[in-house]
Design a protein around this ligand. Structure first.
Ligand code: BYC
Length: 307
């Protein structure tokens, strides 16, 4: 297969599978995106893991534990999908530790109160779903199939977050204020998850041509905002954007300017928690070395027994 045939296949909505011929640039683009997605799931366990020991009830603790475990599972599906492109898990983790691979900007913000668990589930998982529902139709087979399973679990996550916010919003004035404060802090970083504006997004051109991305950053961001504003209204919370206004003509909400300096600062490693998140990952990785060695030794033994 050559590049023209490859593009024809993409245009005909046929999936590309691991053993199919693909241009090197397509393979590299996918390795970058899928690995960053995997790292986001794993690093994303940290801000929520922070609240497992302080959940306000046994029920809340069980739900949060299950959610954080799900995120680990999502990371594993995504690392596996990425490995089908011919890169090892060790190399992927090394790229994360060396700062070569990114992970979602959102996880570089601290979680200061229990309401932040609500805001993350509602907004961060909500934003992730909007992106991932679109990625279910991505052109690379293993990534696309991984997204189907991940989206099912994400909808449960989104609802658990919204439930926390709804409960707190109808609680005492202090609880409602905590929920509003979490929304105030997480709103802008959540809509930044969709990446830079289309005019400033160097990867979008190829991603759309190869149908890796099915919608642009701005289209997905708009979709998320349009879905979420009404949900805030239902529970009596206010989206912290004075420019947010329904635009009858577009059939969508207009919204205010994001702080792009803040966005790039966080993406480039200088957000409030970047150093802490990476240091924690490295420490956990080092401490887990004996587990990886034991697993490898066991696999080797099984291989010897089988032969
Ligand atoms: N954060 O040309 P662009 C979750 C980078 S986690 C950091 O638009 P692209 C969850 C971008 O990588 C959900 N970096 O790039 C887990 C690029 O840099 P490089 C995570 C960002 O790839 C636990 C540069 O900026 N979801 O579900 O076309 C608990 C230029 O950007 C960000 C995914 O990863 C950002 N926000 O578009 C709860 C989805 N935005 O690589 C929830 C898969 C941009 O050239 N990924 N950059 O050095 C994607 O859909 C796309 O990669 C993005 C960016 C929309 C993120």
């Amino acid at each position: 297969m050559n590049e023209t045939k490859f593009q024809e296949r993409i245009d005909a909505e046929k999936k590309i599978e691991p053993k199919d011929w693909m241009p090197d640039a397509y393979r590299k683009h996918l390795i970058r995106q899928i690995s960053q997605h995997a790292h986001s799931e794993i690093i994303g366990m940290q801000p929520e893991g922070n609240w497992i020991t302080r959940a306000p009830s046994l029920r809340a603790k069980m739900i949060l534990l299950a959610k954080v475990q799900d995120e680990a599972g999502h990371g594993l599906y995504l690392y596996s999908a990425c490995e089908t492109l011919g890169i090892s898990r060790e190399e992927l983790v090394k790229q994360l530790h060396d700062g070569k691979a990114k992970y979602s900007s959102i996880f570089n913000y601290p979680t200061l109160s229990w309401a932040d668990m609500g805001a993350i589930g509602w907004l961060v998982d909500g934003a992730a779903i909007v992106n991932q529902v679109s990625l279910q139709r991505t052109s690379y087979g293993p990534y696309s199939r991984g997204m189907v399973k991940i989206c099912k679990e994400e909808s449960f996550h989104q609802r658990q977050g919204y439930e926390i916010m709804a409960e707190m919003a109808k609680g005492t004035p202090e609880q409602k204020a905590m929920a509003q404060d979490a929304l105030n802090r997480f709103w802008w970083p959540s809509i930044m998850m969709f990446g830079p504006q289309d005019s400033d997004s160097p990867r979008t051109g190829n991603a759309m041509k190869w149908k890796i991305k099915r919608q642009t950053n701005d289209a997905l961001r708009q979709d998320f905002i349009d879905k979420t504003v009404g949900q805030a209204e239902v529970i009596g919370l206010t989206i912290p954007d004075p420019d947010l206004k329904w635009n009858e003509e577009r059939g969508s909400y207009d919204f205010g300017e994001m702080d792009w300096d803040e966005f790039w600062n966080v993406v480039n490693g200088n957000g409030p928690c970047n150093k802490q998140r990476l240091a924690h990952h490295k420490k956990a990785h080092d401490e887990g070395e004996w587990v990886r060695n034991a697993a490898k030794a066991y696999a080797k033994k099984q291989e010897l027994v089988a032969n």
